[in-house]
Design a protein around this ligand. Structure first.
Ligand SMILES: [Zn+2]
Length: 140
């Protein structure tokens, strides 16, 4: 019993859980790249949004009804894009933090390392494909 406990504790203390240093590095590169992409997209969207508002203020005087309606739609779209980009950027940021803490990339269901190929496609995945399917089957 004592021996088993020690083995489990030892396994839990290891952050790698069977993942190699190369894999960690590979994941870090993927996440960092994604974060930078999203950061750039977000900054561009912010700039775009600012321009939109400045234009709006600029020609607010001569607006007719239809014009201001399409501008509202444009502004709503821009705002929702900003929110989406910010969400994704935050996700990538958190994933990087979890990677540093050694808690990233392990399945919430079975605690095995999630394959790098899966993380590459879904960096915010928190379960392996198997556990995801089990969950989905339970949900339906
Ligand atoms: Zn799993």
């Amino acid at each position: 019993m004592l021996v088993n406990g020690a083995v489990v504790a030892g396994k839990g203390a290891s952050t790698a859980k069977g993942r190699s240093a190369e894999e960690f590095e590979q994941i870090r590169v993927i996440l960092q790249g994604r974060f930078e992409d999203l950061d750039r997209e977000y900054e561009e969207a912010v700039a775009q949004n600012t321009r939109l508002r400045l234009v709006e203020i600029g020609d607010a005087a001569g607006d007719d009804q239809a014009d201001s309606g399409s501008k509202t739609a444009e502004r709503d779209a821009a705002t929702s894009l900003l929110r989406t980009l910010l969400d994704r950027r935050t996700q990538a940021e958190h994933a990087l933090q979890r990677l540093d803490e050694g808690t990233y990339g392990n399945c919430e269901g079975c605690s095995n390392p999630i394959p790098v190929e899966r993380l590459e496609v879904f960096p915010s995945a928190t379960t392996c494909v198997h556990c995801k399917q089990v969950r989905e089957r339970r949900a339906s």
